[in-house]
Design a protein around this ligand. Structure first.
Ligand code: MV4
Length: 512
C-alpha cells in the first residue's frame, strides 16, 4: 500500500479523499493556493504545502510544482479529485515519469477519451452504440452539407476537444450549417486550441444517464449501476440520483454491459463514468467517458455500499477488484443536491465571502460531503461548490422525504447559496403530490428545465420561482412514472382517481 498520498485538489473532494486516506491508515498531504491557506482540506490533511497564487493555473494546475511537492514530502501516489488535473493525460504521464502513482486510468486511456472523435472511432470498432454522425474532423462546408443531409436535421456540431456541453451547436437546417460550422470551428480553436469539429445527429430532449464503472489493472471490469443526471441548468448538474427511476433491471444490465465494453475497449482501469444520451424510446447512445471520479459519485456509493475512493486507491496500488459483477446489488435510492455559493436573484452568479454561520443537517439517511466551515472566506477564484447534501432511503419516496426534512436544518449565513431554491423545490414537490389535480403529465428530459423557465418567465431566465416550479415538476414527473409502475397490477400505491389518465399519458409518452 502507499506510504503517503498527495491530494492535488481542494474543497469537498479533497476532504473526501483525505477521509478515505485516514480510514485506510495512509498519511495524506494537501496542497493549497494563497486563497486557500485556511481551507478545510488544509486543516484536515496530515500535512499541507503551498503551491502558488490564487489563480488555478499557478497552483492547482501547476504540474511541475505539484510533482515537486510530492517528491519532497515523500508521497508515492497522487489523487487528482475531479476538475483541475484529473483528466490531464500529460499530468498522468508526468506522474509516471516521476515514479509517482497517478490514482486514475493510464494517460493513454485519458487521451483516447479526451478526443471525442477518437473515442467514437474506437467505440465503433468495439461495437458500442453511439449517436449517428461522423467520427472524423469535418474538412469542408461541402462535406458537412452532404453528411448532414444524410443523417438528417437537426444535427449537432461538436468540438472534438470539447465535452460536458462545451463547444456544442445545434443546427436546424442546411442554410444554418455553413455559418454555424465556421463559428464552431473558430470557437473550438479559441477555447481548446484545437478547431476540430464533427457532426452528430441531434437527439432532441434527451435524458442524461451515466454508468459508473470500475476496472482493475488485471483486466477485471464491472459496472455499479447508473445515475440519472437530467436535472441540470446550463450544463451544470443541479440534482443527481441513483438508480434512475426510468431504468429497469434489464436496461441497466444492457447499459452496464455496454459501459464495460467501453472500458475494455479503452484498456481502462480505476473508476470511470460512461455517459449515455437516452431518447424518448429509451434507446441509449454512448456519448463520452469521463476518466475521473465524479462529483456525484456518492449516490452510487450509497446504493451499492461500496467506497469508490477506497477502491480507487486499492486499484492504483495494484490490487484486484474484491468482487465480481454478480456481487453488486443496487439497494434503496439516493439523491444528491449540489450546494453552491451562488445568488439565485442575480443570475446565479457566484457569491463568495465570509461564512458567518453554518448549521449542517444530519440524522437518518443523510450524508453531507462538505468542504467549508464557519468563519472561513469562500474565495472567488474557483468553482463555487460548497458541499453536497445526499439523502438515502429504502426507496425514492423515503429519500425525498429525508431530503425535504434535512434541507430546513441547513443554515448558511454570510454568503448566498442555492439552498433556498432546493427548499422551495421540495415544498413545491410535496404540494403537488398532495394536490394531485395539479399534476401534469409529461416527461423529464434534459431540456425540461430550460423550456419551463422560458414558459414561466416569458423568456426571462431570471426569477428563482420559475426554477423552483420547473425542477419540482421535473422531479415530480419521474416520481409520477414510478407511481404508475407500482400501480401496475396492484391497483394500489395511492395514486387515486387520476390513475387511468396517467396510464394513458404514460403510454402515449412511451413510458410503459
Ligand atoms: C447531445 C445532445 C443532443 N444530441 N448530442 C450536453 C452535454 C454533453 N455531454 C453532451 N450534451 C448533449 N449532447 C446530441 N447528438 C444534447 C446534449 C445536451 C445535454 C446532454 C446531457 C445533459 C444535459 C444536456 C443539456 C443540453 C444538451
Amino acid at each position: 500500500m502507499f506510504k503517503k498520498i498527495l491530494v492535488a485538489n481542494r474543497g469537498e473532494i479533497a476532504v473526501r479523499v483525505i477521509r478515505a486516506c485516514r480510514e485506510l491508515g495512509i498519511p495524506s498531504a494537501a496542497v493549497y493556493s494563497d486563497a486557500d491557506r485556511a481551507a478545510l482540506h488544509v486543516l484536515m490533511a496530515d500535512e499541507a504545502y503551498s503551491v502558488g497564487t490564487a489563480a488555478a493555473a499557478e497552483s492547482y494546475l501547476n504540474i511541475s510544482k505539484i510533482l515537486e511537492v510530492a517528491k519532497c514530502c515523500g508521497a508515492d501516489a497522487i489523487h487528482p479529485g475531479y476538475g483541475f488535473l484529473s483528466e490531464n493525460a500529460k499530468f498522468a504521464q508526468a506522474c509516471a515519469g516521476a515514479g509517482i502513482k497517478f490514482i486514475g486510468p493510464s494517460a493513454a486511456s485519458m487521451e483516447m477519451m479526451g478526443s471525442k472523435t477518437r473515442a467514437r472511432q474506437e467505440m465503433e470498432k468495439a461495437g458500442v452504440p453511439f449517436v449517428p454522425g461522423t467520427s472524423r474532423a469535418l474538412e469542408s462546408g461541402q462535406q458537412a452539407n452532404e453528411i448532414a443531409a444524410k443523417i438528417g436535421y437537426p444535427v449537432m456540431l461538436k468540438a472534438a476537444a470539447g465535452g460536458g456541453g462545451k463547444g456544442m451547436r445545434l443546427v436546424h437546417s442546411a442554410e444554418a450549417l455553413q455559418p454555424s460550422l465556421e463559428t464552431a470551428q473558430s470557437e473550438a480553436q479559441r477555447a481548446f486550441g484545437d478547431g476540430e469539429v464533427y457532426l452528430e445527429k441531434a437527439i432532441l430532449n434527451p435524458r442524461h444517464v451515466e454508468m459508473q464503472v470500475l476496472a482493475d489493472e488485471h483486466g477485471n471490469a464491472v459496472y455499479l449501476g447508473e445515475r440519472e443526471c437530467s436535472i441540470q441548468r446550463r450544463h451544470q448538474k443541479v440534482l443527481e440520483e441513483a438508480p434512475s427511476p426510468l431504468v429497469d433491471p434489464e436496461m441497466r444490465r444492457r447499459m452496464g454491459e455496454v459501459a464495460v465494453r467501453v472500458a475494455k475497449a479503452a484498456d481502462y482501469w480505476n473508476a470511470g463514468t460512461v455517459e449515455f444520451l437516452v431518447d424518448a424510446e429509451k434507446t441509449f447512445y454512448f456519448l463520452e467517458m469521463n476518466t475521473r471520479l465524479q462529483v456525484e459519485h456518492p449516490v452510487t456509493e450509497l446504493v451499492t455500499g461500496f467506497d469508490l475512493v477506497h477502491l480507487q486507491i486499492s486499484i492504483a496500488a495494484g490490487e484486484e477488484l474484491p468482487f465480481r459483477q454478480k456481487d453488486i446489488v443496487i439497494r434503496g435510492h439516493a439523491i444528491e443536491c449540489r450546494i453552491y455559493a451562488e445568488d439565485a436573484d442575480n443570475n446565479f452568479f457566484p457569491s463568495p465571502g465570509k461564512i458567518e454561520t453554518l448549521l449542517t443537517p444530519a440524522g437518518p439517511g443523510i450524508r453531507l460531503d462538505n468542504g467549508v466551515y464557519a468563519g472561513w472566506t469562500v474565495p472567488i477564484d474557483y468553482d463555487p461548490l460548497l458541499a453536497k447534501l445526499i439523502a438515502y432511503g429504502k426507496d425514492r419516496q423515503q429519500a425525498i422525504s429525508r431530503l425535504a426534512r434535512a434541507l430546513p436544518e441547513y443554515f448558511v449565513a454570510g454568503i448566498k447559496t442555492n439552498l433556498g431554491l432546493f427548499r422551495r423545490i421540495l415544498a413545491e414537490l410535496f404540494r403537488r403530490i398532495l394536490a394531485d389535480q395539479d399534476f401534469q403529465s409529461g416527461e423529464i428530459d434534459t431540456g425540461y428545465l430550460e423550456r419551463l423557465l422560458k414558459i414561466e418567465t416569458g423568456g426571462e431566465d431570471r426569477k428563482g420561482t420559475a426554477d423552483v416550479a420547473a425542477i419540482a415538476a421535473a422531479v415530480f414527473t419521474v416520481l409520477e412514472s414510478k407511481m404508475i409502475a407500482s400501480n401496475n397490477g396492484t391497483g394500489a400505491a395511492g395514486a387515486g382517481p387520476a390513475t387511468s389518465s396517467w396510464k394513458r399519458a404514460a403510454r402515449t409518452e412511451g413510458l410503459m
